[in-house]
Design a protein around this ligand. Structure first.
Ligand SMILES: NC(=O)c1ccc[n+]([C@@H]2O[C@H](COP(=O)([O-])OP(=O)(O)OC[C@H]3O[C@@H](n4cnc5c(N)ncnc54)[C@H](OP(=O)(O)O)[C@@H]3O)[C@@H](O)[C@H]2O)c1
Length: 330
């Protein structure tokens, strides 16, 4: 099968398009014909094995100490169930599915455990739209619901609101009844208002930490905010939440836990099937819609990674493995 090959850690050019063996579904696994995948900030980070500070070593232990252990990268996918391993009861051939893998999605075929982060696609979406949901959507759900423990009526600032995580945070927070201020470059203004932000601040000209308004949650989706400044606009029970964090933020999380006043919180979105089902429900209720900033063919993998590395991505960057409208893939 055609696949992106990942032989060593490094720049986008270390990735090539080539051939890899078609994976066989083991017991309890399904094989998916991948129609669409994406390049996420997580893929770019893994490609170079760039873990912030302390996380470099655990990443290498999981993915390979000196070179990638698994030759095919890729996390988000949408496609059609094509074959079942022994004992699979929850899926049938021909079903449209989407989900989040640890690796292997940048290929024509992918195997997943049926109990993994995979589910039937939300009704009415294209494969490209379904592939644009899991990474940002699951992160937003876990960080809002579990890490920040957001409550209806609270005031929230989303810093980095136009990225894959940010566009889901804005929509979800609005749906859960929070008052949302989105911080992003001016070029994203119309999109963020359409997604439900009550206020959009241009990050080049407005500093939300100088505002008079008291916030309950500041959710930093990309990094760059400082607790020393953010605490000025937080309520005494406010939370400064980091999706992207390092040793400094972890130390602040411990420190603020021991003291009264606003807290710093960090976390991890693990990619659970139950959360994927909750995300699907939100999409089917019309609370969340996928945001695709760019579409490319799988063969543009190097350019796609370079774009994600630029840090300027809007929503998801979708790679079409089978172009939309292709009648019947081999
Ligand atoms: N802990 C976890 O479990 C977890 C899960 C998912 C993601 N993450 C991490 O979360 C981060 C964000 O992920 P993502 O996928 O949303 O990223 P992304 O899609 O690449 O988002 C990039 C966005 O951030 C904005 N941005 C760039 N620099 C900025 C800055 N200095 N201040 C404010 N906005 C800035 C850009 O918009 P402009 O046009 O405004 O520059 C762009 O829209 C990544 O570091 C990722 O590794 C962590």
């Amino acid at each position: 099968m055609q696949a992106v090959l990942w032989r060593r850690y490094g720049a986008p050019e270390t990735l090539t398009l080539g051939n890899a063996p078609k994976p066989l579904p083991g017991p309890g696994e399904i094989r998916i014909r991948v129609h669409a995948t994406t390049v996420t900030s997580g893929d770019a980070r893994l490609r170079g094995c760039r873990g912030a500070g302390l996380f470099w070593l655990p990443l290498r232990l999981v993915f390979g100490l000196f070179r990638p252990r698994h030759p095919v990268p890729g996390m988000e996918f949408a496609g059609v169930v094509e074959a079942l391993g022994a004992g699979v009861a929850g899926f049938a051939p021909g079903e449209r599915v989407f989900g989040l893998a640890l690796r292997g999605a940048h290929a024509e075929y992918l195997t997943m455990p049926e109990t993994g982060c995979v589910a039937r696609q939300p009704a009415g979406l294209s494969h490209a739209e379904a592939a644009a949901l899991p990474f940002g959507g699951l992160s937003a759900l876990v960080f809002l619901r579990d890490v920040a423990q957001a409550r209806t009526g609270e005031r929230l600032v989303v810093h980095g609101a136009a990225g894959a995580v940010g566009v889901h945070l804005v929509q979800m927070a609005r749906h859960f009844g929070l008052t949302v201020t989105a911080v992003a470059s001016a070029r994203h203004d119309a999109l963020l208002r359409a997604l439900g932000a009550h206020q959009v601040l241009d990050r080049a000209t407005r500093d939300f930490t100088e505002g008079a308004a008291r916030q309950d949650i500041v959710l930093d989706a990309v990094g760059g905010t400082r607790f020393g400044r953010v605490r000025r606009v937080l309520n005494p029970r406010g939370r400064h939440v980091f999706v992207n964090f390092g040793a400094r933020e972890l130390a602040l999380m411990l420190w603020t836990r021991l003291r009264p006043g606003p807290r710093v919180l960090c976390g991890h979105a693990p990619g659970r099937q139950t959360d994927l089902l909750a995300l699907r429900d939100l999409v089917e209720q019309g609370a969340i819609r996928p945001v695709i900033g760019r579409r490319m063919p799988l063969s543009d993998i190097v350019a796609a990674h370079a774009l994600v590395d630029s840090g300027r991505k809007q929503g998801a960057l979708v790679l079409e493995v089978i172009p939309a409208g292709c009648p019947h893939p081999a």
